[in-house]
Design a binder for this molecule. Sequence first.
Ligand code: LLP
Length: 414
Amino acid sequence: MSDFIYKDGQLFAEDVSLLEIAEQYNTPCYVYSNNTIQSRYLEFDSAFASRQHLLCYAVKANSNISILNTLARLGSGFDIVSIGELLRVLEAGGDPMKVVFSGVGKREDEMKFALEQNIKCFNVESESELLKLNRVAENMGMAAPVSLRVNPDVDAKTHPYIATGLKENKFGIAFESAKVIYEQAANMSNISLTGIGCHIGSQISSLTPFQDALHRLLDLIDELKQLGIEFQHVDIGGGLGITYQNEIPPTPTEYVNAVTSIIQKRDLEVIIEPGRSIVGNAGILLTKVEYLNITPFRNFAVIDAAMNDLIRPSLYNSWHEIKCVKQNSNIKESIYDVVGPICETGDFIGKNRSLSLSEGDLLAIFSAGAYGFSMSSNYNSRPRAAEILVDGVKVHEARKREKLEDLFGGELLP
Ligand code: LLP
């Protein structure tokens, strides 16, 4: 059940009216439900039951430290892709020993800092990266824990921009080369091999690609065992989809069951790196209708949120449900393009939406908890939105709205 529901014709986040949030914190702002985040985490976690596992939440999906704190308290690990994300995890009280470091372009300073923090492992994505990491670890007199990210060449059947497990994608070590690179890694004095992993893409709505990828990894694990190379963990990445419109993705329980039934009795810790499936439907973007612009060709609802706040519709043509915060039963529905104030035709949040609107109304853009704020920018010199975390009746300002003076605070006149 959603934590964003109508009570007496008004939309609530858990036990708090979104009208009240808008009054207090203004719009646009992101509103998150702590309960959704917790229950999604716990569903994954309990589906693993007694099986050795670690859930490493993908920080990039939503990196607000209050959200990371909620997850850290539940015992979550974290999948990071930069030193910035690692600092956020530490600030939020996350355990560095439960951190895996992914990404194709890790810099030396990032490797060094992560080694100092004793992270769980580096998901190494190329031979060059492996050589660099070995050198950095040698200079520090340490052994770097490594899991190679292998590209299993499976089609995740998702938007091409977010498919990552095909051989033509930039991610991971080609399946064909993995064995040779593992042998090379096994002989490096400052590398300690701990696992193997993959991440095949995002917003995946069927189990088959995950199952195919996992079978390929297990085959490789068996081949490597013959060579005396053994692992403690297998990491199947993130990617489980959510419902934006009418997708019916597997539930976390179905997903975990599919994974554990393939791994069976193997003595391997299972790592997963979900992002969207934890926070995606835990957030809405709250925005106000500034103008209704009725033209001979189209009706536009111009809102105070824009592509700088939520870029997904512009970038992936993705669909987000849009609902009125107050149900206006006395106003006739019309078809609107819901657009922002930015000077780009691509600045839309939804097209052809049937809504009963008047100027000044509040709208909630759904499924905005993942890759919403974390992909936002200051384009058109727009301060980034506030982020509010609701927990029952409690309202926490998880991030203040950026101030106008913050926009050029770091800039210098000649
Ligand atoms: N692990 C790795 C190595 C990743 O690259 C990603 C996401 C994840 C885990 C988490 O994937 P998730 O469970 O959230 O699907 N901006 C796009 C999504 C980009 C995903 C990038 N990698 C969007 O808004 O749809």
